[in-house]
Structures are given as C-alpha cells and as structure tokens.
Design a protein around this ligand. Structure first.
Ligand code: ARG
Length: 584
C-alpha cells in the first residue's frame, strides 16, 4: 500500500479520474488541488466550485458527486469534508502519514520521489556571467547564489541541468584595456594579483582615451586588430580571460559552483551573421539609420523603442550575441527551458529578446524553449542604499565571504569554545558562507536584498545558523542514543498520535509541495520558508514529546519523525547550495 511522493498530484489524478467516471472530464474540469490551511486539512481541491458554476450546477452537490466517485483505495488514506460553497478538504489519516514517512527514508529516496516532475527535460541556467577583467563584487552575489540554488532544485525535480557561465568577455572595453596594457602593465603586479592589476590598467586606459582624442582612435585600432585576429592582441585577450576565470573560480569553489560550460559573448561572434540574415529574411528586423533594429509593433513601449541588434558601424552588440545564444541553446543543447539570471535593470532587454525569439523561431519553425528572465533586486545596506565600503568603494565578493567566515568563527567560538580550532574553522566556513547564501535565498528575489550581518548570522529566525543548528540538534539525539542516523531503528513505528507528532508529520509530507512551488516559480524562498516552518514544527514536537522513552513503539515513531525531519532539512539545504554539519 504505497503512496506516491507528491500527494497533491495523486489527489489531482484521482479527482480527474472521478470526473471521467462522471463523464465531465472533457468539459474542462480542473481539480486545482493545493495545500490547505491546516485548520481545514492537508489539501484542498477548489476546482469543483469553478466548474459547477460554469456548468450552472449546484457547486456543493457537484463536489459531493465528485467525491463519491473517487476511487475507494485513494479515499482510504484521507478524512474528507466539504466546505463552503464546494471546496473539498482532504486530511491524511495518521496511518497514511506513516506509510509516506516509511517510504521516503533517505535523501536519495526523497530525490527519487521528486525526480518525476521534470524527467526528460533539459534546462540551461545562465548565471553568474560576470564581465572579465574585473573582480566580482557584491553586485555579483545574487546571480551566483540564486542561480546555483535553481540549478540544484531543478536537478532535484529530475531535469538535466546545464550550468552555463555567459561571461561578458567581448566589447569595446578591450580596446582601452589593450591600449593601457601595452603602456602600463606591471608584470610583478600581474603575477601577484592579476585581476587587481587589470582593473588598474583599465582605469588608466579609460582615463587616457577621452572622447574625440587621438588616443581613443588608437584604442579603437587595438580593438579592430583584436577583432581581425591579430595574434598579439588575441593572446592578450586570452590572457585577460584566463586570469579573470581563475579569480572567479576561487569564488565559485567557495559557493559550491561548478560550471559545465563557460560560453561567453565572444563564443557567439561567428554566430551573429545568421541572426541578422534570418531576422531580415523573415521581415522581423529592418535597417534604420544604418543599424539593424526590431520594432515590436504589438507592444505599447517597444513599438517605438526598438531592439537594436546590430550597431550602425556594423558591430555586434549584447542583443545580437544573446539572440545567437538563444538559438545555440535550442539547437545544440536541445533546451526545454532556459533561465537567465541578472538584476531587474535588464528587464527590458530580456522582454525584447524573448519577443524577438518568439517571432523568429515561429518564422523558422524552430522549437522554442521556455524562456525565463530570473531577475532580482539590488543588494542594499540597512539604510536601503547600495552597499559600499566605508570609503565608498564597491565591496569585493572575496572580502565579503572572508568577513562572513570570520564573523561565524567568532560566533562558533563563543558557543562551543571546547571544539578543536580546526573544527571551529570548518564550521565557520559552512556557517559563514551559508549565511550569506541563505539570507539572499530566503527573500523573494524580486525585492531588494537588505544586507545585514546581524540578521543573517542570528541563531533564531529564518536564517542559515538557525536551520544548520536544527540539523545538528537532531544529529545529537542519534549520537547520544548511539544510533546510526543512516539506519535508525524505526521499523516498528506506529502512526503519529500527539498533536505535535501529527503537525510535524504533515509538514514533512509537504516537502513535495514546497519543492514544486519553488521550481515552478523559480523562487527558492518558498523552500526556505518551508524549511523554517519545518524546523519550527520539529522544535514544537521536541519540546512536547520526549523521544527516548521506554515504550518501543512510541520511541520508534518519535525517532522516525526526528530522522525524517533531519533528512528533509538536509535535503532542502543541500539543494539550496548549503552544506550541513554534524555539530556546531
Ligand atoms: N555579463 C552580463 C552582466 O554582467 C550578464 C549576462 C547575463 N546573460 C546573458 N545571456 N545576457 O550584466
């Protein structure tokens, strides 16, 4: 008598089958099953109401007919009731909760359960994607952190995920950089901190080439030489990319990020001609003042504000390479979904890009993947203004992560002074970096991310330290009782009984719904909120119900709940990109 991982889907399928039996399935009945207010049940089906209204039937009567037609083996798992004008409530029986919890007994099994949703789908996630020859600063944090969480969450739901770092490694700035490099590069500085030196050279190059100056013409000639394949300039450009990537790599390692591909803008250089040709042939793009542009005449703003895809001087731009990128991902990776992470300021660019792709792919008969601009707000200080160093500079990502780890070290040392220093360092790494990641993930990404050391490192509230600590508290129960947390003695567990046992069990089952919501909306904060609530349900249970009691059946079921809380918290945190700890 097994139960599937995702009970909302199970109920939806059962209701659909019931509608079939009533002969109304082909009239557009949608079950609309969602997580219910706990006062009413675990799940609620709202579809009967809408359907009955449309069909001019009595909603309550129709809901009852539908419920009566649900297969008895499904109904056996639930207590059901009708509410209001035709909502159907389902509350899992304690025995069904036990069946589900017995079945999903490890991170592996949770993964296997979740993996059906996007089985056979390929997703390309374009994230981090910084510009080369510059250090990553705090503004680059969100794309990397949210992007990696989405990669892991989509993988959890069964997708094949391709992590693509779309570097900004092409453009007019390289003329100035080469110009500066040839005059002022300091080889010693390059050997010690290459990217710092490149930033210095670029600033000099930029200052030395004001608009209209002969120096700017010289910088432009360097750029043209680069574009025409001049060996010296190409070698320099390659060097800039290599040292940049090496510096980025340090950050990626600390955040647990490994890209499958680093296909920057330069990769699409030889692929833009096809874009121009196909857009022109299909009549989607037109020449205006020498430039190639796309007007979206069906759009209120873009009918007058065109999408510039080739500049007047014939050079390609960000739009051209992004169009070529969309095609490459569709043709080469056979992407079903593409998600690109940048801040909200690029919203217009991506809206125009996607509108253009729609028309272009339709004209050519190319299969169009789902396209998402996963945008996010700015990182601000507690005053709501852009986050800066005390002297007004940008905060380097490296320095920010270092500070997080230092602060976490102080915290761990205060809490557990007896742990060996090496272990406290390890813990500080996990807690420090995890706090920065989690504070970003826990907020709705559309809002600005208010950066506050005190809040993100707090031991209570919806924070990484709170959740990581909850994990170690469960682990310590197993350690103290001498049980292997990989194989807890729970076979004889009886169904949950006390109010707190039941509340925790119900919360555990809803992991499936939280993962679905977070992935469907590409918003990890839904999972964060769920984990926070789960940790709360666990705490309430632990405070109310003693775990290690004499009665073997009661002990087994409480150990089972502890164990499932542990694996669910860990599975959730791991798929947000955090590491978890044995102790803290
Ligand atoms: N390099 C860009 C920036 O720093 C982000 C690129 C995002 N990806 C893309 N395909 N446009 O703003």
């Amino acid at each position: 008598m097994d139960l599937p991982f995702h009970l909302a889907h199970y109920l939806a399928a059962a209701l659909q089958a019931a509608a079939q039996r009533l002969g109304v399935a082909d009239r557009g009945f949608q079950p609309e099953v969602r997580v219910a207010d706990p006062a009413h049940g675990d799940y609620q089906a709202n579809g009967a109401l809408a359907f009955a209204k449309r069909e001019k039937q009595n909603p309550r009567a129709f809901a009852q007919q539908l419920l009566d037609a649900v297969a008895p083996e499904v109904l056996a798992h639930f207590e059901t009731s009708l509410a209001g004008p035709g909502f159907i409530n389902f509350r899992l029986q304690p025995a069904a909760l036990l069946v589900w919890l017995q079945q999903f007994a490890s991170e592996e099994q949770l993964r296997a359960g979740a993996a059906h949703a996007r089985a056979n789908q390929t997703w390309v996630i374009d994230y981090s994607s910084p510009n080369t020859a510059k250090q990553m600063h705090v503004g680059h944090l969100r794309s990397a952190v949210i992007g990696e969480a989405l990669c892991r969450l989509l993988t959890l739901t069964g997708a094949r995920v391709i992590r693509d770092n779309h570097l900004g490694d092409w453009g007019t700035q390289f003329g100035k950089l080469i110009y500066g490099y040839k005059r002022w590069a300091d080889q010693n500085a390059l050997a010690t901190d290459a990217i710092e030196e490149l930033e210095r050279i670029y600033k000099l190059g930029h200052a030395a080439t004001p608009d209209g100056s002969p120096e700017l013409d010289e910088a432009r000639r360097e750029l043209v030489k680069l574009q025409n394949g001049d060996p010296e300039n190409v070698a320099l450009w390659q060097k800039f990319s290599d040292v940049s990537l090496a510096a980025f790599e340090e950050i990626y390692q600390r955040l647990g990020i490994k890209f499958d591909h680093v296909l920057g803008e330069s990769f699409y250089n030889d692929k833009v001609e096809r874009v121009y040709r196909e857009l022109s042939e299909a009549g989607i793009a037109e020449v205006s003042d020498g430039a190639l542009v796309v007007f979206h005449r069906d759009h209120p703003r873009f009918k007058t504000q065109p999408f510039l895809v080739r500049k007047g001087d014939g050079a390609s731009n960000y739009a051209a390479t992004d169009l070529a990128t969309a095609l490459y991902r569709a043709e080469h990776f056979h992407a079903d979904g593409i998600a690109i992470l940048t801040d909200f300021r690029q919203a217009d660019h991506f809206e125009q890009l996607f509108l253009t792709v729609d028309k272009w792919f339709a004209a050519r008969g190319y299969r169009r993947p789902e396209l998402h601009h996963v945008s996010f707000g700015a990182v601000t200080g507690e005053d709501g203004k852009a986050l800066k160093t005390r002297d007004g500079g940008t905060i380097k990502l490296k320095a920010l992560l270092n500070e997080a780890v230092e602060r976490a070290f102080a915290l761990v040392t205060a809490k557990s002074p007896d742990l060996p220093e090496a272990e406290r360092r390890d813990i500080a790494n996990v807690v420090g970096v995890g706090s920065v990641q989690y504070a970003d993930l826990a907020q709705n990404r559309s809002s600005n991310y208010l950066f506050s050391w005190d809040k993100m490192l707090a031991l209570d509230g919806n924070t990484a330290p709170y959740l990581l600590y909850a994990v170690t508290r469960v682990r310590s129960i197993f350690r103290k009782a001498g049980f292997d947390p990989a194989q807890p003695p729970v076979v004889n567990a009886t169904p949950p009984e006390t109010a707190q046992e039941l509340a925790l069990a119900r919360k555990l089952v809803q992991f499936a719904d939280a993962v679905q919501l977070a992935t469907d909306q590409l918003r990890p904060h839904y999972l964060c909120l769920y984990l926070y609530e789960l940790a709360g349900a666990y705490s309430a249970f632990y405070a109310a119900d003693k775990v290690i009691v004499e009665d073997p059946a009661v002990r087994a079921r409480r150990l089972l709940l502890c164990h499932r809380a542990l694996i669910t918290l860990e599975t959730g945190l791991h798929h947000l990109g955090l590491r978890t700890l044995e102790r803290m």
